[in-house]
Design a protein around this ligand. Structure first.
Ligand code: EPU
Length: 343
C-alpha cells in the first residue's frame, strides 16, 4: 500500500501551548510540545519519535481528573479521536465503539437518545470516554466497568495496538489495570456493551428521594444532573477536579472502633471484611468545608472537592491536600488517597 496515500499525517505540533482551558482546575499550564491526536493511526510514528528523543509524555483527555504543574515538559498528547458507531445489536445487547476523545456526558446523552439506557446514573461526570475507564468512573451505585466490553489502546511498551477485554482491565473502585501501568497505554477506543434488559438503579439515598414510583432512565438522568449541579461546582465557574480524595476502605474492626467513637460516621458496605468511609464526612468533621488557603480551598457544599478560586497552582492544591490528609490521619487514623492523577 502506498503509505503517502493511506497513512494519516503526523499530528501538528503546537509549541508552548497554554492549557488553562484544558484542565478543569483552571491552572496556568504550558505544554512544551502539544500534539492533537484525531486518529489512532497517528500514534505509532509519533510515539517512536518521542521515544527516540527520550521525551517525557502524557495524554490529556478532558483535563478533569488531573493536577498539572505550570510547565509540562516533553510531549503532551491531546486526545481528540471522536469516531463513534454501533458495531452490533441483537436481542441481548448493543455494542458501541466510541473514540477516546468523545465527551463522556455527551455520550450518555447520545445513548439515551438512541434508546440505550444504562449509563444514566453516570450523567454529568466531566471528562472524556478514554479517561473514564482508567479511574473506573462511578456514581450513584453504577460504575463504567459494568458496561465496558473491551478497550483498544496503543501499548507503548510493545509499540503495538492491543485490545484489553473487560477482565484484563482489572476494574475496582476508582481503579484499573491502566492506573497500575501509568504511561504505558494510550486508550484510543472504548467498546461498550449495553444490555437490552434495563433496571432503574435508585438505591442511593440521595437519588431514591427524588422518586415515588419506578422512574424512567431519562428521569434518573435528570435527577442525577440536578443533584450533581447542586453538590459539585461547575468547573467553568470554579476550578475543580471533582472528588479530590477516594473514599477510604478500612477493615471492619477499624470501622467498628471509629463508629463507637463517632456515631455519626457515614459509611457504605464494601467487600466482605471491609467498609468504605465517606471521605467528605471525615474532612467536614475536621472543619475544612468552605475553608480557604490562599487561592485554593475546600468547596462550601462538598468537603471532598478542592477548588481553585483563581490564580491557584498545583503546589497550592497539594499543600492544602497535605493539611487535610494530616488532620484526618491525626483525628481518625485514616489515610486519604488523592484521586486525580498528579503530574
Ligand atoms: N458528607 C459530609 N460532608 C460533606 C460531604 C459529604 O458529611 O461535605 C457525607 C454526607 O453524609 C454524604 C456522604 O458524606 O451523604 C457521601 O457524600 P456524597 O453522597 O456526596 O458522595 P461521596 O461519597 O462524597 C462519591 C463519589 C462521587 C460520586 C458520589 C455519588 C468518590 C471519591 N466520590 O462521593 O464521585 O458522584 O459518590 O455516587 O467515590 C468523583 O469521583 O469525582 C465524584 C464526584
Amino acid at each position: 500500500m502506498n503509505r503517502a496515500q493511506n497513512a494519516p499525517s503526523l499530528p501538528k505540533l503546537s509549541p508552548n501551548l497554554g492549557l488553562k482551558s484544558r484542565n478543569t482546575f483552571g491552572f496556568e499550564v504550558c505544554a512544551e510540545q502539544a500534539y492533537e491526536i484525531t486518529d489512532a493511526a497517528q500514534i505509532p510514528e509519533l510515539m517512536q519519535a518521542i521515544a527516540a528523543q527520550n521525551l517525557p509524555w502524557r495524554v490529556l483527555g478532558g483535563g478533569s481528573n488531573v493536577v498539572l504543574p505550570s510547565t509540562l515538559p516533553g510531549a503532551t498528547l491531546l486526545m481528540n479521536i471522536t469516531a463513534q458507531e454501533i458495531v452490533s445489536a441483537d436481542e441481548k445487547e448493543t455494542r458501541i465503539a466510541v473514540g477516546a476523545g468523545v465527551n463522556w456526558h455527551e455520550f450518555v446523552i447520545w445513548s439515551l437518545q438512541h434508546d440505550l439506557p444504562g449509563l444514566e446514573n453516570l450523567a454529568l461526570i466531566p471528562g472524556t470516554v478514554g479517561a473514564a475507564p482508567i479511574q473506573n468512573i462511578g456514581a450513584y451505585g453504577v460504575e463504567i466497568a459494568q458496561y465496558v466490553n473491551s478497550i483498544e489502546a496503543f501499548d507503548t511498551q510493545s509499540q503495538t495496538f492491543v485490545t484489553l477485554a473487560n477482565a484484563d482491565c482489572q476494574f475496582a473502585y476508582r481503579d484499573s489495570y491502566f492506573k497500575h501501568h501509568p504511561n504505558r497505554f494510550i486508550v484510543t477506543k472504548v467498546i461498550f456493551s449495553i444490555p437490552k434488559a434495563w433496571q432503574a438503579r435508585t438505591h442511593y439515598a440521595d437519588l431514591a428521594k427524588h422518586f415515588s414510583t419506578g422512574p424512567s432512565a431519562q428521569a434518573i438522568f435528570d435527577a442525577v444532573c440536578a443533584i450533581r449541579s447542586q453538590k459539585l461546582p461547575n468547573p467553568k465557574v470554579i476550578g475543580n477536579a471533582g472528588s479530590f480524595f477516594q473514599n477510604p476502605i478500612v477493615p471492619n474492626e477499624q470501622y467498628e472502633t471509629l463508629l463507637s467513637k463517632h456515631p455519626g460516621l457515614v459509611s457504605y458496605p464494601d467487600a466482605p471484611g471491609t467498609r468504605k468511609l465517606a471521605a467528605g464526612w471525615l474532612i467536614d468533621q475536621c472543619g475544612f468545608k468552605g475553608q480557604r488557603m490562599g487561592e485554593v480551598g475546600v468547596y462550601e457544599n462538598q468537603a471532598l472537592v478542592l477548588v481553585n478560586h483563581g490564580g491557584g497552582t498545583a503546589q497550592d492544591i497539594l499543600g492544602l491536600a497535605k493539611c487535610i490528609q494530616d488532620k484526618v490521619r491525626n483525628d481518625f487514623g485514616v489515610s486519604l488517597q488523592i484521586e486525580p492523577n498528579v503530574y
